[in-house]
Ligand binder design. Structure first.
Ligand code: LEU
Length: 385
């Protein structure tokens, strides 16, 4: 029995009457990290998804039928992500927005692929994600198109940069993928990658790596890791005396690192797949809502999660116009939804997007921001020209 029905029956006649009037909502799964260190990134996705749920339901949901997001916490590891996906699939969601990390996607996406449940990766940017299967697509542009922008921007700020140190978390699939792109870009820009240092996303002490970087006398440091480790690494680099520019990868792209590196976050350059200044109408509504609630500009991970929900909603509306959603067999609907997603084009907070036939994202606009700290806790991402 559907949870809505169960509740109505339990609560008696009054609720029953209410449940009769409101159509059973269409359930979309959201499997992101709500706990663990990865929640520094996942929290923003929960906010983005919820704002989208509210916005699209205010617009009438799927042609009059509301949507309901069903959240499952992936926690910080692969087992948690697999578990979250399995629960959502069993619960009967039409599709899943998630997970937070590519590392988790490589483990959990094959489960959805086998069950033929469409997945939209809201932030999975490692190489190879859409290729996991026919039902796997992403609204997060791959590192290969996002990361090079940060290196180019660094060279714009300081054309004399020659020597580069690269550091990456070797236990995280996305960080490994991203450092590959960073290293290729550095070489293409005729920079010397003089040292490559590895660490783990669980590390808290980076003395060895920082010592090597200082010894290498570099003008630019490029870090591919996640928020807690990345933030600590930046802090230790600064505390031990590194003065040059720092590029942080996508894993550092959250104001949640401010509490980790404090004032030392100042100046970090991070490539962006989203800008609050994007001029589309839906982005302006999203920014306004987000600002009203959180008193700051929305971050990339919130915008991408919002976009994931939006793509599901718009594809579902199209299907529903041809044949009412409540008349579909669930397996057929999931398959049809997957097809509809891939052929559509969407005006989202990320700009106009579409997908190629493998589920890779087509997106046009990218940016670079620099962190500006006001004090030890508060700062902002300043978008550069
Ligand atoms: N882009 C990262 C990945 O693909 C995740 C992001 C939330 C930092 O794993």
């Amino acid at each position: 029995m559907k949870r809505a029905t169960l509740l109505a029956v339990t609560l008696g006649l009054f609720s029953f009457t209410v449940a009769q009037k409101v159509a059973t909502p269409i359930e979309i799964g959201v499997a992101v990290a709500q706990t663990s260190n990865v929640a520094l990134l996942g929290q923003e996705q929960v906010i983005g998804a919820r704002l989208a749920e509210k916005f699209f339901n205010n617009q009438g949901g799927i042609n009059g039928t509301p949507i309901k997001l069903v959240f499952q916490d992936t926690g910080g590891d692969e087992a948690g992500a697999i578990n979250a996906f399995q629960n959502l699939i069993r619960d009967g969601v039409v599709g899943i927005v998630g997970p937070t990390l590519s590392q988790h996607a490589f483990a959990a996406d094959p489960i959805a692929e086998r069950a033929k449940v469409p997945v939209l990766g809201p932030s999975n940017t490692a190489k190879g994600i859409p290729q996991i299967g026919d039902f796997i697509a992403r609204v997060s542009a791959p590192v290969a198109v996002v990361a090079p922008n940060a290196v180019k921007q660094a060279l714009k700020l300081d054309p004399d940069i020659k020597r580069v140190a690269v550091l990456y978390a070797q236990n995280d699939a996305f960080s490994v993928s991203e450092t590959g792109t960073f290293q290729e870009t550095a070489k293409a820009q005729k920079l010397d990658v003089v040292t490559v240092q590895k660490f783990q996303t669980t590390d808290t002490d980076f003395t060895t790596q920082v010592t090597a970087v200082l010894g290498a006398k570099v003008d630019l440091v490029i870090i591919s890791g996640l928020a807690a480790d990345g933030g600590n690494l930046v802090k230790q680099l600064r505390q031990l005396g590194y003065k040059g520019l720092i590029i942080g990868g996508n894993g550092l792209n959250t104001s949640n690192i401010f509490s980790v590196c404090g004032r030392d976050c100042d100046g970090i350059l991070i490539a962006q797949a989203y800008s609050p200044q994007q001029s589309g109408a839906i982005n302006q509504v999203f920014v306004k809502e987000y600002r009203a609630q959180y008193k700051k500009d929305p971050p990339q991970f919130a915008a991408q999660a919002y976009t994931g929900v939006q793509v599901f909603v718009e594809a579902l509306r199209k299907i529903d116009r041809k044949k009412k959603l409540n008349t579909w067999d669930l397996d057929d609907l999931r398959a049809e939804l997957n097809k509809a997603i891939l052929v559509g084009s969407y005006r989202t907070p990320l700009g106009v997007i579409s997908f190629d036939k493998e589920g890779e994202l087509n997106q046009k606009e990218f940016y670079v921001a620099q962190i500006k700290m006001k004090d030890a806790r508060n700062g902002s991402f300043v978008f550069l020209k």
